[in-house]
Design a protein around this ligand. Structure first.
Ligand SMILES: C=C(O[C@@H]1C=C(C(=O)O)C=C[C@H]1O)C(=O)O
Ligand SMILES: [Mg+2]
Length: 461
C-alpha cells in the first residue's frame, strides 16, 4: 500500500489559511471486500455509513462518516440546492494525480409535498453525503480515499487521525473473522391498511375509467418486528447473495437505515453517454424452467402490462429527447428477470446535450410513470389523496455523483426502512384501466419478496 507523508498539496494550500478546501487522498488496496469494509466501520461510524453496488457489479462503494452532509428541505429547489452545494465543494478540491474522485452519495424523497407524520421523520427532501472514508471498487480494483472539508487550514491533524482509522478499517476488513450472517428472528408481520390499499386501487382505477389520468402507481407498506435489532451489514450481505441481478443500496441516517435491491436504473452518466431504462409490467418467476418461460412470454404479450410499460417508454423518451441527442430506444421491450420477479424492460441510450448534467436528468425523470403515473401531476395528486402513507425515499432517486459529473441513480424500489428491531417495507404497482385490485395486491407480495427473504420473513406470492 502506498502511503503519503505529506497531505497532498496541503503543504501549499494549507499556508493560505483562508477559505474552504476539499482535500482528498487515495490509496489502492488489494483484497478488500466492500461489505466487510462496511461492516468494519460499524463501531466508529454507525448511523453515518452508506453502501452501493451497481447492477453489473462493476462498481461497489462503501462510505463512512460525513466529510460533508448536504441537505435540502425545499421541495422545489432541492435538486438545485444539492447541485450548488456540490459545485462549491468541487471548486475547491485539492487533489493529486492518482487520487480518485470523491463521491457524493444520497437520495431524494419521493414527494416532498407529502406532509404526513411518519417513520420518515428526519429524512429531508434531499440528503447527500461525502464520506470521510470512501471505498470504491471499480472493475475489481479497490481504492480507499480520505475526504476532508476544512475552512481554517487546520486539516493536517484530522487527516492523520483519519489515516489511522482508514488503516484499521482496511486491516479489519482483510483479516478479521466476519460475524456469521444469520437471518433475523421475525416476531410479527403487520399488514397496514390492506382494505385502504384495495380501496385506493379501486378508486384510482375507476378514476382512470372515468377519463382521469391514464396510469397511477399505488403503493402500500408492511411492517416487521424482530426479536433483536438487525445489523445493517447483515441485511446487505443477504441481499447481495440473493439479488445478484439488482442494484444494492443502503443509506444510514441516524437510527434509520434505508436499504434495498432494485433492478431499476433511473439514469447513468458516463463518458458523455446518458443511459436510462424503462422497467414496468410484472409477473412472478416460474417454479420450473418451462413455467418461467411461459410466464415471461405471457407477460410480453399481455395488453395490460404492455400498457403500463408503454407510458414509461413514452415519458422517458420525451425527457431524453429534450435533453439529449442521438436517443436510441428499441422497438419493443424484452424481459428483465431477477430472483423473485420478471419485468418488461426497455433500455435507452443517448448523448446528453452540452450543459445537461446528471441532476438535470434526475430532476426531469423523477418520478417516471414507473412510480408516479401519466400525466405526472394528476397522478401525483391522486397518489397523495389515495395512498394512506408516506413513501419517504421509497420509489425515489438514490445514487452517486463524482467531481467529474459522472454518476448513477437507481429507482429506490424493493426497499425498506430499518430502525433497530422494526422495519417498514414498501411495494406498489402501476394501475391502468384494466387493473384488478386483488391481482395488484398479489403483485405487491411478489415485490415484497426480496426484502422479506433478506429479513427472514415468510414469503408470499
Ligand atoms: C412500484 C414498484 O415497481 C414498479 C411497478 C411495476 C409494475 O407495476 O409492474 C414494475 C416495476 C416498477 O416500475 C415497486 O416495486 O414497488
Ligand atoms: Mg404492474
Amino acid at each position: 500500500m502506498k502511503r503519503k507523508t505529506t497531505p497532498h498539496s496541503m503543504a501549499e494550500t494549507g499556508r493560505m489559511m483562508d477559505g474552504l478546501r476539499f482535500y482528498t487522498e487515495t490509496v489502492e488496496s488489494d483484497r478488500l471486500s466492500p461489505q466487510a469494509f462496511f461492516e468494519a466501520g460499524e463501531m466508529e461510524f454507525a448511523g453515518r455509513r452508506f453502501y452501493w453496488e451497481n447492477r453489473d457489479k462493476t462498481r461497489k462503494m462503501a462510505g463512512m462518516g460525513h466529510a460533508a452532509r448536504l441537505t435540502s428541505k425545499d421541495g422545489d429547489a432541492r435538486f438545485e440546492d444539492i447541485r450548488t452545494q456540490w459545485q462549491r465543494l468541487c471548486s475547491v478540491i485539492v487533489k493529486e494525480e492518482g487520487d480518485q474522485s470523491p463521491v457524493l452519495f444520497g437520495g431524494f424523497s419521493f414527494d416532498p409535498e407529502n406532509r404526513r407524520e411518519s417513520e420518515w421523520t428526519g429524512f429531508p427532501a434531499a440528503l447527500f453525503v461525502v464520506p470521510q472514508i470512501q471505498l470504491v471498487e471499480k472493475d475489481g480494483r479497490a481504492f480507499v480515499s480520505i475526504n476532508l472539508v476544512s475552512d481554517d487550514g487546520s486539516a493536517a491533524g484530522d487527516f492523520e487521525r483519519l489515516r489511522l482509522i482508514r488503516d484499521r478499517l482496511i486491516h479489519e476488513a482483510q483479516v478479521k473473522e466476519r460475524m456469521p450472517a444469520v437471518k433475523p428472528d421475525v416476531l410479527r408481520l403487520h399488514e397496514y391498511a390492506k382494505a385502504d390499499y384495495l380501496r385506493a386501487v379501486e378508486g384510482v382505477r375507476d378514476g382512470i375509467l372515468e377519463g382521469g389520468p391514464e396510469k397511477v402507481v399505488i403503493a402500500r407498506s408492511i411492517g416487521l418486528e424482530f426479536a433483536a435489532p438487525v445489523r445493517h451489514s447483515e441485511v446487505l450481505e443477504h441481499l447481495s447473495a440473493e439479488q445478484q441481478e439488482s442494484y444494492l443500496f443502503g443509506l444510514e441516517n441516524g437510527d434509520g437505515f434505508f436499504f434495498g435491491a432494485t433492478p431499476e436504473r433511473l439514469v447513468k452518466m458516463e463518458d458523455g453517454k446518458g443511459l436510462t431504462a424503462c422497467v414496468a409490467g410484472s409477473i412472478r418467476r416460474g417454479k420450473t424452467v418451462e413455467e418461467d418461460r411461459l410466464l415471461g412470454e405471457g407477460l410480453l404479450k399481455d395488453p395490460k402490462n404492455r400498457e403500463e410499460h408503454q407510458y414509461v417508454v413514452q415519458m422517458i423518451g420525451d425527457v431524453f429527447r429534450s435533453f439529449c441527442s442521438d436517443v436510441r430506444i428499441p422497438a419493443g421491450p424484452r424481459l428483465l428477470k431477477v430472483r423473485d420477479i420478471q419485468h418488461l424492460f426497455t433500455p435507452v441510450e443517448a448523448t446528453p446535450n452540452v450543459g445537461t448534467d446528471l441532476l438535470d436528468l434526475v430532476q426531469a425523470l423523477h418520478p417516471t410513470p414507473a412510480l408516479g403515473g401519466t400525466p405526472r401531476d394528476e397522478a401525483l395528486r391522486m397518489i397523495r389523496n389515495n395512498e394512506k402513507m408516506d413513501r419517504g425515499y421509497y420509489g425515489a432517486p438514490i445514487g452517486w455523483m463524482d467531481t467529474e459529473g459522472d454518476g448513477e441513480f437507481a429507482v429506490a424500489i424493493r426497499s425498506g426502512l430499518l430502525k433497530g428491531d422494526r422495519a417498514h417495507l414498501y411495494a406498489g404497482g402501476g394501475i391502468v384501466a384494466g387493473s384488478v385490485p386483488e391481482e395488484e395486491y398479489k403483485e405487491t407480495w411478489v415485490k415484497f419478496r426480496p426484502m422479506m427473504r433478506a429479513l427472514g420473513g415468510v414469503l408470499h406470492g
